[in-house]
Design a protein around this ligand. Structure first.
Ligand code: PRP
Length: 219
């Protein structure tokens, strides 16, 4: 049976809406009283598993899920061995460098050599500062990264910015963008090649739905 890995959090609602529009109904995951981590879609055609967004590519890479929905930010950070199939268009955000608004840093190159940069995305942060040839100490955190500069632990952060509200409310400003990110449909490469459980039909339906949604927005 086809298994789809769905991300908890920001991307869950749109993921469920999109899958429902092509005939896979995992709406039960949105019931606040439902604690099940694995459900069958309403018609019994597929199984959904609900996992942390950073774990979606793990289940897909290891083949427990044939398909998954995950932010491109996670794919860039973890570099899993999965096939990236469709840019789903929702979940738009960017990976940015931010500092205290009151600081004198207007660009990453203004940061002092060997300064500290806090991030949940340590690989993205390290690659970026290496590309600038600026040696920094990356401090790994698991959340509320904005507290790094606020508490004085770090001069800067590398983090996701969506609406910009979190930065603003915490007195931080962006000084550079590493990349833009949206939600992606990913697949286990071998399952995809073998068209396991007829997954190509679902992929085509999803691709067509996303294309018509994008055309609708533009039109
Ligand atoms: C993410 C990110 C920012 C915030 C950005 O955090 O790390 O803190 O969202 O969103 P905004 O620009 O719309 O304000 P998340 O909600 O995942 O919480 P966390 O910091 O605890 O990981």
């Amino acid at each position: 049976m086809l298994t789809v890995a769905l991300p908890k959090g920001e991307l869950l609602k749109n993921s469920i809406r999109l899958l429902k529009s092509v005939g896979l109904d995992f709406s039960a995951f949105l019931d606040s009283g439902n604690r099940q981590l694995q459900i069958l879609d309403a018609s019994g055609k597929a199984r959904g598993i609900k996992v942390r967004v950073s774990d979606v590519p793990v289940y897909v890479e290891y083949g427990q899920a044939q398909l998954g929905i995950v932010g491109d930010d996670v794919l860039r950070e973890k570099k899993p061995k999965v096939a990236r199939l469709v840019d789903l268009g929702f979940g738009g955000c960017r990976m940015s460098v931010a500092v205290k608004a009151s600081s004198a840093y207007k660009s990453p190159l203004d940061l002092p050599t060997d300064c500290r940069v806090a991030s949940k995305f340590v690989n993205s942060a390290r690659d970026y500062f290496q590309s600038l040839d600026l040696p920094v100490e990356i401090i790994p955190l698991y959340g509320s990264v904005e507290l790094g500069p606020i508490t004085g632990m770090s001069e800067a952060i590398v983090d996701i910015v969506a609406t910009g509200k979190t930065l603003k409310e915490n007195g931080l400003v962006e000084i550079a963008t590493l990349y833009e990110s949206t939600a992606m449909l990913i697949a286990n490469p071998l399952s995809y090649r073998l068209n396991k459980d007829g997954m190509s039909e679902w992929i085509n339906r999803l691709r067509e739905e996303v294309m018509s949604e994008k055309a609708g927005v533009k039109g």
